[in-house]
Structure formats: C-alpha cells, structure tokens
Design a protein around this ligand. Structure first.
Ligand code: PXL
Length: 291
C-alpha cells in the first residue's frame, strides 16, 4: 500500500464521510437566549431547524437557568458580543432567514436592530418574548419601547401571544374578537405582518390570526388538553423562519410551522419529577418537513 494511502482513515478522509458532497442546506440564524432545560430558547430553535432540514446558526443574547415551570437566574451577554456573533454568522454563511427570540435588554434589542440594518434584505421573524410560560419575567420592561421603535418596523413577521399582544396594545386580549382588534392595531401601527397566537379559544381548537395582508388569515390545529410544555412559541417562530429560508411564502410557512409545532406538542415527552409531571416538546415527531 502506498504510504499516502495507508495513512488514510475512513473516518477522517472526507471522501468517506457520510454526507460528503450532499447539497448545502438552507441556513437560518437565531438570535436568542439559552434555556439550559432545552425546551425553549435557542436550543428549541436548533432542534426545530435540524428537524426541518435547515442548518441553524446561533447568536446568544442571555443565559437562562431554568427548568419547566421555574426560571432561576438570567445573565445577559454583552451587546458587543451579541453584535460580533451576528456579524460573523451573516458575513460567513449564506443565511436565508433570521429569527429573534429572547433579547433580554434594551441594549441588546438596539444592537440587533443596528446590525440588521446592514442586512436588510433577509426575512426576519421577531418573536417578542417577554414572559416565560411559568409566568417569570424574561425581558427587561424598558426593552419594549426599543422593540417598537427599532425592530418591529423592519420585521417580516412579529409573533406575539395573547399576553404579549395585550402588553403591546394596552388592550385586553382574551378572546378571538379582542385578538382581532389588537392584531389590526399592531399591523397598522408598525406596517408589518403580525401573527397573534391564540391558544385554545375555540372548542377543541388552537387558533392564530395573521394580520397586515389583504385579508386576515387564520391557522388552526386541534388543541391538546393537559399538556404543559414551554418553548412552543420559540419552536413555532423558528419553524416559520426555517420554512421562509426554504422558499415558502409567508402563509405557507406559517401553515407548515403550525403543523410542526402541533405535532411536537402532541408527541411530547413526559417524566415524573419531585414537582409533578414534566412535559417537554418532541421536535422529532416524525414530521421532518413540517407537512
Ligand atoms: O418560551 C420563552 C423562552 C424563550 N427564550 C428563552 C427561554 C424561554 C422560556 O423560558 O428560557 C431563553
């Protein structure tokens, strides 16, 4: 055997690596917080990206120590470090869409808006994360104003849940009619599309409403009783961004993402713990293309 050949190993030689020479996937960047329990945050985003066949990149904004039902500590990342991560990702990879999750502070929101100004062409899904499913505050209250002034106007889509829609409009948002009023107001005010996520307001249905287009659009899936997972909002917006990077139009992307997140809820994992049953989303629920 020639000397050169004998040094080759099937593991290290690129020609023998599984996947070598496969087509490069679409790339999506998430700018979000880390959830150590991995049900939400950038961990949920990455799992969603992998399941949908896109390559995920991450810019970490804060580190959240939490388990389902309880946030214990949050530490912010220096905005300059957030900037550096985003710039490196955007200048070195062919990013096809961006999603923002928990941005933590007004300084981080402003930094993200500054950097994204330079990359204006990319679809941008903004999930305005404010409060954890556990009820714990995640976003510094002063950041809401920075979102309004800097980030919403440049978003392709903003995805508030009912509590976030209420905080953003100062209205009560507790039923479909109120979701409609809030969504119309937000889409008008910021000149972009808003998906107000409704949970289960209709018998047996989880319904979300999309505003800002020619007509309001509605996305519904069967509501699953008795499952308490966190990270459904993160997963939903990550799946929308993934589908946009794959070339879907907005409404197609939302419809595919709604199916994806509904299956992740339906096929959730469950454990008994000292504090009761823990439920975690299953991002590999046999729905690899979200359809
Ligand atoms: O689900 C909202 C959320 C988003 N991002 C991070 C989180 C959470 C919820 O706890 O930890 C990092």
């Amino acid at each position: 055997m020639a000397k050169e050949e004998s040094r080759r190993s099937p593991v290290t030689d690129a020609k023998h690596r599984p996947g070598f020479q496969t087509a490069a996937p679409a790339v999506v960047l998430t700018i979000a917080g880390s959830d150590c329990s991995a049900g939400a945050g950038l961990q949920a985003d990455l799992k969603t990206f992998s399941a949908l066949g896109v390559l995920g990149l991450t810019a970490v904004t804060c580190v959240v120590a939490e388990v389902p039902g309880k946030v214990s500590r949050i530490a912010g990342v220096d905005p300059q470090d957030v900037r550096e991560q985003i710039e490196l990702c955007l200048t070195n990879f062919p990013v096809g869409a961006i999603k923002t999750g928990l941005l933590y502070s007004p300084e981080v929101v402003a930094t993200v808006a500054d950097v994204l100004e330079e990359f204006d062409r990319l679809p941008l899904v903004v999930d305005p994360v404010m409060i954890a499913t556990s009820g714990d505050a995640l976003l510094q209250p002063a950041a809401v104003e920075t979102y309004r002034a800097r980030l919403f106007p440049r978003a392709t889509l903003v995805t508030p849940n009912m509590a976030e829609a209420a905080a953003l409009t100062g209205r009560s948002v507790g039923n479909l009619a109120e979701m409609r009023k809030a969504g119309e107001q937000l889409a008008r005010e910021f000149g972009t599309r808003f998906l107000v996520k409704g949970g289960h307001l209709r018998a047996g249905e989880a319904t979300d409403l999309l505003f800002g287009g020619a007509e309001m659009a509605e996305f519904s899936a069967p509501f699953m009783k008795g499952v308490s997972t966190h990270g459904t909002g993160c997963t939903y917006s990550a799946a929308i961004a993934a589908r946009l990077a794959l070339g879907d139009h907005l409404e197609e992307a939302i419809a595919a993402a709604k199916i994806f997140v509904s299956r992740a809820i339906h096929e959730h994992f469950a454990w008994q713990s000292s504090s009761g049953e823990i439920h975690v989303l299953n991002h590999n629920s046999g729905c690899s293309q979200g359809r």
